[in-house]
Design a protein around this ligand. Structure first.
Ligand SMILES: [Cu+2]
Length: 132
């Protein structure tokens, strides 16, 4: 009689092992960690780089730019925003500044928004916000 127990358990384990991959593949779990996020943070570094230089957010999502060192601002290539201590045209001042400013920008529309730092664009201090 005791011999049948291990046999039954082995059968259950086989069922469980078969069922698990079905569960995980139907949830599409791998796409959410690398997909667009609601809010992203981009640091402006003393090395004159945006980090990370590319972020992907959902429509209506936000990117917060944080100046961790150096004289920087963040300016859309198409001129749609120019920000540092706040944004030009929104009660702020987009002139490049050395203080530890941070600014949060909302991106309502799907598309790709390239931007740069006016001071260091010549050194390649550029980035892109992808909205999808
Ligand atoms: Cu800069």
């Amino acid at each position: 009689m005791r011999v049948r127990c291990p046999v039954r358990l082995a059968g259950l384990l086989t069922v469980a092992a078969v069922a698990l991959p079905t569960c995980s593949s139907s949830s599409d779990a791998p796409t959410s960690p690398s997909g667009p996020v609601q809010s992203a943070i981009v640091n402006l570094l003393d090395s004159n780089t945006f980090s990370p230089s590319t972020v992907t957010i959902v429509p209506g999502g936000t990117v917060t730019f944080v100046n961790l060192g150096g004289e920087h601002n963040v300016t859309a290539d198409d001129g749609s925003f120019r920000c540092a201590n706040g944004c030009d045209g929104s009660g702020g001042n987009g002139t490049p500044a050395t203080n530890g400013w941070s600014v949060t920008i909302t991106f309502p529309n799907v598309g790709s928004v390239p931007y740069n730092c006016e001071v260091h664009v010549g050194e390649g201090m550029t980035g892109t916000v992808i909205v999808q």
